[in-house]
Design a protein around this ligand. Structure first.
Ligand code: AMP
Ligand code: ZN
Length: 665
């Protein structure tokens, strides 16, 4: 027993260190794969030994706790806002003001102003006990369960930390992760998130912490509060926090005069584009805590700190035209075609206009001089119009009423921002987009077939939906542009090989709106076959774990279309996997090799036949009667009394279904 406990603790310690190396120091010392193996081992041991549960184990980072209503917590120390400055003059004025109060020389700590959601973390005896949002500065929401999933937030501190303190920081969503999340959203027909900051603060308020765990959030810390912390300066507090295991960006610098502060500002004004996350300025803090105390606070902000706001990197350029793109789900996205212009190190030619409301709100017109801004997001934004430069003959933009590709009248559903082309089966970009999604890497992963070839096949009239792929012949594709004998072979072989792709990925490949990889897995696991899924009513779907109204409606609409049913039946005939394979259902192992098992009674979560199949799939043998050869008995409710007596007389162990499932897990 002790051995197991020690082993669990050793694994926790190792994983903690690896998390720290990777998420705080940005320097991994093992591969993701090795990390996952260790984590899995820990999870298995913890499941087997609930007596060693620890809420601060690295295994708890995956989340799972669901919060319906976030509890309101009054901040022990108020979370102030910051005064803003926009120029060197503003900074010099500030210095004059504070020098009237403080006699001595003043040093300043300069930090970046991270643009995310502010958070206050409370640690007691080195353990994270609470995480609270800023709220109105006086009280915020208890989001501890969600914050615990953020890997750069230490659950246990190291080194010489004070027994109790609060530490404040900013939860940010680095550009890379943000862009990746958006690519995935676009893939399943969801609207992309607008910016990292709102997405970060929205994430903190998600009800399901497992969902938060999937988001690549980071926590950057910048200030300590508490009593008797034995710290004299702001800069020292940053260094200490770093030693205790917090992520404190290295940019922070101790400066000795306002001139040096200005150098810092100028430097980062340029260099901020190289940072992995969004910053909107610099925060300058009087370094000496004694001096800070002398300076005190105004009604809303400390006198000893000042934010310097960067000017947003913006340019103005001419809007040449607005075009409309049709996505694979039929969603229409208006695109601004701009006079090419240099911005934040790249040439910008296009910007998203999002939707009709956005165009109307900004009153954007062709011929206008528009302001464009670019953060680390993929698509630049249009912020507004320079009305002084509007041509006199300018006309307000009329949003299109018909699909630019197939001329079908567009629809816009109640509560939706986007217009849609409803011509699901006849609109080329939708057809092509759907097939491109079907063959993509995470879906059917068809080797030898790329997006352009799909477009070509559709345009040549060789295919009109994804099930047509399976009837393509080599002779048909050879005449296509840039197609040689060999590539034609590859294409046909690739399509053939995709018949082995498991059901859950086929389900994702079908391109049902809002059904991403995770949802597809959930549905496949729950319904086990496309037939069962197709029959499920909306209410039925709503009962599946994590399936909400929007998804349920979309799935049920998909299967109510006759065209879709015909297409699925064809896929079935061609041999595409439309149900879970036995392996996927139960997993074949030889964990029960040599076991002779008797099954008796009625079970709660599984049928007797399923249970028998599980035994066989895992290498065990099912026997009908109890004898001295029986290894053990799996008993449900209502086990017959005579069997019980016999088992007892032979000294054979009786286990329940849960204990059995544990064995083959
Ligand atoms: P504001 O919301 O404009 O009043 O600015 C105050 C906010 O800036 C604080 O609530 C923090 O969330 C945020 N902030 C970001 N980086 C820093 C930093 N290095 N020091 C202090 N506050 C910061
Ligand atoms: Zn259309």
């Amino acid at each position: 027993m002790n051995n197991i406990k020690q082993h669990i603790e050793k694994l926790r310690e190792e994983l903690r260190q690896h998390n720290y190396n990777y998420y705080v120091l940005d320097h991994a010392t093992i591969s993701d794969y090795e990390f996952d193996i260790k984590l899995k081992e820990l999870q298995e041991l913890e499941a087997k030994h609930p007596e060693f549960f620890d809420a601060n184990s690295p295994s708890q980072r995956v989340g799972g706790e669901v919060t319906k209503n976030f509890e309101t917590i009054v901040h022990e120390h108020r979370m102030y806002s910051l005064d803003n400055s926009y120029s060197k003059e503003d900074l010099l004025d500030w210095e004059k003001r504070i020098k009237k109060i403080v006699d001595d020389d003043i040093q300043y700590t300069c930090e970046l102003k991270y643009d995310g959601a502010s958070i206050s973390l409370t640690y007691e005896n080195g353990i994270l006990v609470r995480a609270v949002t800023r709220g109105d500065g006086f009280q915020g929401d208890n989001v501890t369960a969600n914050v615990k999933t953020i890997k750069s937030v230490p659950l246990l501190l190291k080194g010489d930390f004070p027994p109790k303190f609060d530490i404040r920081g900013e939860i940010v969503l680095p550009f890379e992760g943000f862009n990746r999340m958006n690519e995935e959203r676009i893939e399943i027909g969801e609207e992309p998130y607008r910016n990292p900051r709102n997405t970060a603060s929205g994430s903190l308020k998600l009800q399901d912490s497992a969902e938060v765990a999937k988001r690549p959030l980071e926590c950057l810390l910048y200030s300590l509060t508490g009593n008797n912390l034995d710290i004299e300066t702001q800069f020292e507090s940053l260094e200490k926090a770093r030693q205790w295991g917090f992520k404190v960006p290295k940019a922070a610098k101790l400066t000795h005069s306002i001139d040096e502060v200005i150098d810092f500002v100028d430097y980062w004004n340029e260099k901020r584009h190289t940072l992995p996350y969004e910053t909107d300025g610099v925060v300058i803090k009087v370094n000496d805590l004694q001096q800070q105390e002398e300076l005190g606070y105004t009604a809303k902000a400390p006198r000893w700190a000042m934010a310097y706001k960067f000017k947003a990197e913006q340019v103005s350029t001419r809007l040449n035209s607005i075009t409309y793109q049709v996505g694979r789900t039929g969603a229409i996205t208006p695109v601004a075609n701009l006079e090419p212009v240099e911005l934040a190190g790249t040439t910008v030619k296009r910007a998203s206009l999002h939707n009709a409301d956005q165009i109307e709100k900004l009153d954007i017109r062709v011929g206008d001089e528009v302001y464009v801004e670019k953060g680390g997001e993929i698509i630049p934004k249009i912020l507004g119009v320079d009305l002084t430069k509007r041509p006199i003959d300018s006309e307000s933009t009329k949003y299109i009423t018909n699909c630019p590709e197939c001329f079908t009248e567009l629809v816009r559903e109640e509560g939706e921002a986007q217009h849609y082309c409803p011509n699901y089966n006849g609109c080329k970009p939708q057809i092509i987009g759907r097939i491109q999604h079907f063959i993509s890497r995470k879906a059917m992963d068809i080797e030898g077939l790329g997006g352009e070839t799909v477009a070509l096949l559709v345009n040549e009239g060789l295919i009109a939906n994804y099930s047509d792929l399976y009837e393509l012949t080599k002779e048909q594709v050879i005449p296509l542009e840039r197609m040689a004998e060999k590539s034609a072979d590859n294409l046909i072989n690739g399509i053939e090989a995709s018949k082995a792709i498991p059901f859950e990925r086929v389900l994702y490949a079908l391109g049902v709106r809002y059904v991403g990889e995770t949802v597809a897995k959930k549905l496949a696991k729950h319904y086990k076959s496309i037939d069962a899924l197709a029959k499920a009513s909306e209410d039925d779907l709503l009962n599946v774990d994590e399936i909400g109204k929007k998804i349920a409606k979309s799935v049920s609409t998909f299967f109510s279309s006759l065209e879709n049913i015909i297409m699925i039946n064809r896929l079935k005939q061609f041999g595409v996997q439309l149900e879970l394979s036995a392996e996927a259902l139960f997993g074949q192992t030889d964990k029960l090799k040599g076991d002779v098992i008797v099954v008796t009674g009625v079970f709660e979560t599984i049928s007797r036949n399923e249970l028998k199949r599980l035994i066989e799939d895992n290498g065990g043998k099912v026997s009908g009667s109890i004898s001295s050869k029986t290894s053990y008995i799996v008993a449900g409710n209502n086990m017959g009394p005579s069997k019980k007596i016999k088992a007892e007389s032979l000294g054979i162990i009786i286990i329940n279904e849960y204990e059995f499932l544990q064995k083959i897990k």
